[in-house]
Design a binder for this molecule. Sequence first.
Ligand SMILES: Cc1cc2nc3c(=O)[nH]c(=O)nc-3n(C[C@H](O)[C@H](O)[C@H](O)COP(=O)(O)O)c2cc1C
Length: 269
Amino acid sequence: MITVDPSKCTRCGRCIADCIVQVIHMDKNGVPAIPEQAEQYCMGCQHCLAVCPAAALACDGHTPENCVPAGPLPDESRMMNLIRQRRSVRNYRPENLPPETMTKLLDSLRWIPTGCNDHRLAFTVIDDKAKMEPFRARMRKITRFLIKSGIMRIVYPGYKRFEAALLGGRDFVFRGAPHMIVVASPKDAPCGKTDVSIALTQFDLYAQSLGVATCWCGFAYYAFTLNRGMRKLLRLPKGYRVGAVMLFGPPAVTYPRATDPEPYTIIRP
Ligand SMILES: Cc1cc2nc3c(=O)[nH]c(=O)nc-3n(C[C@H](O)[C@H](O)[C@H](O)COP(=O)(O)O)c2cc1C
């Protein structure tokens, strides 16, 4: 639902032009409004609120005063540095991140774009290193079972090289990280599989801009997907499925240069 302050509204029509679902019209007083029967189509994206040059419009209780004014963006070369220098870090200092850094990271999640502006993503966040231990303990048990039962030999014949380390409890999955974020989406989300990847890609880049190390964790994704006991530790709401997993924390390694990766295939039909 939108509310418009008629004393501020200049009737410029920008909110109408920028509305993706085209539900805003001028009412009989010439002020933008959403007719009651069209309310159901509003996605709550707040474009009308963001685009209004007169700060005259509120959307679902969100006012222009709640919104940070447009500020300077990273310039192109800094942005490219972030893209090039983002690394998967597998070497963490053991301490927790400062609480203010954790707060910044979790605040940033609100701006993750999702298909149809579906704001139902759920994040399980391990914000204290001690809370990683139950995940590690269960993973050690599962790893032992996979090796002893011979399943590991079938799914990953190359594991032998690491067998002693794995049986000794080496943390191959969580890499000693003090923190972890797991994103889950409702099974009926229109673009759930894409939403979760965007979510942690955005988290990843913002984290690394704050000097926080990150690592995607496909191993943990499979552990959570395939093992109910592991999944239960995430306390997901009913009807949700695990989408992606990222480890994070203070880095114990620095990289004096970027990598020089092979280009991906570009198809220009
Ligand atoms: C979906 C996905 C899953 C990954 N899973 C793991 C993992 O389980 N463990 C790990 O150490 N690295 C994992 N990685 C990191 C990749 O190995 C890494 O991105 C790649 O080697 C390139 O290195 P870079 O990220 O430093 O550029 C994963 C990356 C992605 C995108």
